[in-house]
Design a protein around this ligand. Structure first.
Ligand SMILES: Cc1cc2nc3c(=O)[nH]c(=O)nc-3n(C[C@H](O)[C@H](O)[C@H](O)COP(=O)(O)O)c2cc1C
Length: 339
């Protein structure tokens, strides 16, 4: 083992112990993309895969977990969305399969969900979009945090990864493992966040077009062609309709979203929908649009959710090669810092 590799192993030790994987690199859940093939490939290659439950029914999640288990004997987790109407049934499905790690995305854990997850013996990981929320989540008993900046693909907050990492890591990294996400495309960045106290990292965009990803060839081609500046955040057009911004490659679908917002805002005006229903309609819109691009290959009208690191995704590569490369770059960066 080189000095750099030894340093990397030491810095990842806590994350590795928490996850039970060989490296502290998570592949963030990506709706439609993070299914059994990609998840098992990540875990088999020493990373930590996460099934994206999204809007799946409990029956579908049951089948997806079973299918993943058939493809890997390595640890993996499940990402559940807090506003899913059957959240507690989904938690029960995870318990049935002894899923060891659950990520709750989309807001603070709803009442009772933390106890249900931890009562089943699983570890709970939550997103911390600000320091105050990180502290609150730790107080409530969350086992680990993901700090995700606005460089990321998919739904995003307003603050960059570098600023969130500086604000949150020094304050809470001693208490729970913190995984940094958003805009990571190379190992040097991984080394940097580990040096700042992160237990590991989470990447999405870099893995979305791996050989094992079932994403449509058109979706992958769009990623290979794109540069960082093509991955733009959606714009809120009506101040009364707060929509969580989504980062995606700019295409005709971006305009369709503007039209969708207008339609929903008008329905709000006319009183034909309530605010909660209006926001749910927006979320359903995204799920459908992402499916159109990922599964059907409609890269014009579908949603090409991608982070700013998309410029570093240039060709289809097996997951194992990507992880080996990220680890080698991180080790080299740490080796250099010895001088
Ligand atoms: C195509 C795509 C779909 C995503 N879907 C989800 C999702 O369903 N749930 C979730 O928590 N995060 C989702 N994300 C975010 C990823 O899990 C991950 O945190 C993010 O991609 C990390 O930032 P990066 O893209 O800069 O690597 C998605 C990201 C992408 C690119």
């Amino acid at each position: 083992m080189s000095i750099g590799e030894e340093r990397l192993a030491r810095r990842m030790a806590r994350g590795v112990e928490f996850l039970g994987s060989k490296t502290a690199i998570l592949c963030g859940a990506m709706s439609w993309v993070s299914e059994r093939n990609l998840v098992s490939a990540i875990s088999n290659a020493g990373g930590f895969g996460l099934i994206a439950c999204g809007a799946m029914t409990p029956e579908l999640l049951d089948a997806e977990i079973a299918g993943t288990k058939a493809l890997t004997d390595q640890p993996f987790g499940v990402n559940l969305i807090t506003m899913h109407p059957q959240l507690f049934d989904l938690i029960a499905v995870c318990a049935k399969h002894d899923v060891t790690h659950i990520v709750l995305a989309g807001g603070l854990p709803p009442a009772g969900s933390l106890d249900a997850i931890k009562g089943n013996g699983a570890k709970l990981i939550c997103f911390a979009p600000a320091l105050s929320l990180a502290k609150k989540l730790i107080r409530s008993g969350v086992d680990a945090l993901v700090v995700e900046g606005m460089e990321a693909g998919g739904h995003i907050g307003p603050v960059s990864t570098s600023v969130l990492a500086q604000e949150i890591l020094p304050e809470v990294a001693a208490q729970v493992p913190v995984f940094v996400a958003g805009g990571i495309g190379r190992g040097e960045a991984i080394a940097g966040y580990l040096d700042m106290g992160a237990a590991g990292v989470q990447l999405g965009t870099r893995f979305a077009c791996a050989t094992e990803s079932i994403a449509h060839a058109n979706f992958k081609k769009a990623f290979f062609r794109a540069s960082a500046r093509d991955a733009v955040a959606s714009v809120q057009i009506d101040p009364r309709l707060p929509v969580i911004p989504v980062r995606a490659l700019k295409n005709a679908g971006s305009e369709l979203f503007t039209a969708k917002q207008r339609e929903v805002a008008q329905a709000l005006d006319e009183g034909t929908v309530a605010m909660a229903e209006a926001q749910l309609q927006i979320e359903h819109y995204w799920a459908g649009a992402l499916r159109r691009a990922v599964i059907d290959g409609d890269v014009d009208n579908g949603s090409l959710m991608a982070g700013q690191s998309v410029g570093m995704v240039t060709r289809e590569e097996p997951v194992a090669d990507i992880i080996v490369q990220l680890m080698a770059e991180a080790a080299q960066a740490l080796e250099k810092s010895a001088a």
